[in-house]
Design a protein around this ligand. Structure first.
Ligand code: COA
Ligand code: NAP
Length: 258
């Protein structure tokens, strides 16, 4: 199993879940230190993990790293996951073109680069590609015009690749995490730029029908399911794991609209 951006947070949690099931795991991200730490975490006595410091925006270096992982894993890749992302809160009127482009390049172009890099190595039939999306893909979100545009594109990438690669026996799906506890994403986004009181995170919590933040393990469980034979008829799907937010994302819950 190969995971881009697999050195921290949700993606590292997914990588750990696969490693504990006995998968040979490979990770890439930009930081040498994070890659080395993740490889240490993911290796055990019988199975060494693979890792290389690569930016998903650098197509040639990424393609080379994926080819090296395929060789390391015995010739093919059974499961590939694209989870690298960058985000920050910024109103559209203050966001530079390069700020918009940076998030689109990491999240959307990066996911395309991962898909292209893994494609020649994916098992046929039986290969699985998962893209890690976000509620911004369908819930219009203030201060998130870059991530909304990028993640909407990521979900369309999943749907189109499911059509193109399905006949070869490759399934492609998106997982949409909700607000996941103890992650960089939640730390960056669950705040109100106009509110220094520190109450923003509890306001996010109050919007979640199931009444709790998600855990990294909730997302890892969905990744394991979608990679298993139990999901052998699931492809081209965009699957929220969000505590019940649904298509409108984190909005205040109401008993009725009247
Ligand atoms: N507000 C407004 N603009 C911002 C910004 C912010 N908080 N942070 C970065 N930018 C802009 C920069 O000003 C720059 O634009 P400019 O050249 O017009 O000034 C552009 O974005 C690129 O910034 P840079 O720092 O060079 O990007 P990078 O490629 O080194 O880092 C980021 C990418 C900005 C997304 C960085 O936050 C990151 O590495 N994030 C990864 C971790 C993460 O976001 N995790 C949560 C996932 S949900
Ligand atoms: P995170 O810990 O910051 O994870 C992002 C990972 O991507 C890191 O390993 C980072 O490592 C890597 N990365 C970033 N830019 C990269 C690049 N250009 N090239 C290669 N690797 C890069 O954040 P997270 O919150 O766990 O988010 C993980 C995924 O879940 C993201 O796709 C995010 O959009 C999605 N998500 C998160 C939440 C949430 O609540 N946290 C909700 C919805 C969706 P380096 O810094 O070493 O590059």
């Amino acid at each position: 199993m190969f995971i881009a951006g697999g050195t921290s947070g949700i993606n590292l949690g997914i990588a750990k879940a696969f490693a504990s099931c006995g998968s040979v795991v490979g990770v890439v991200s930009r930081s040498e230190e994070k890659v080395a730490a993740a490889v240490g975490d993911l290796s055990n006595g019988s199975s060494q993990a693979f890792g290389v410091a690569v930016d998903v925006r650098e197509e040639a270096a990424l393609t080379d790293a994926v080819a090296r992982f395929a060789e390391f894993a015995g010739g093919t890749i059974n499961i590939a996951i694209s989870g690298a992302a960058g985000n920050f809160l910024c109103p559209a009127k203050e966001l530079s073109a390069n700020g918009f482009k940076t998030v689109v390049d990491i999240d959307l172009l990066g996911s395309f680069n991962v898909a292209k890099a893994v494609y020649p190595h994916l098992e046929r039939p039986g290969g699985v590609l998962l893209n890690i999306s976000a509620p911004q893909a369908y819930a219009p979100t203030p201060n998130q015009v870059h991530a909304c545009a990028a993640k909407a594109g990521v979900d369309q990438l999943s749907r189109v690749l499911a059509l193109e690669w399905g006949p070869e026996g490759v399934r492609v799906n998106s997982i949409v995490p909700g607000a996941i506890a103890n992650t960089e994403g939640l730390a960056r986004l669950a705040k109100d730029p106009d509110d220094d009181s520190g109450g923003a995170d509890s306001r996010v919590l109050s919007t979640i029908p199931l009444g709790r933040h998600g855990e990294v393990e909730d997302i890892a469980a969905m990744a394991l399911f979608l990679s298993s034979d139990a999901a052998s008829y699931v492809s081209g799907a965009v699957i929220p794991v969000d505590g019940g937010w649904g298509p409108s994302g984190p909005v205040p819950r109401r008993q009725s609209i009247a």
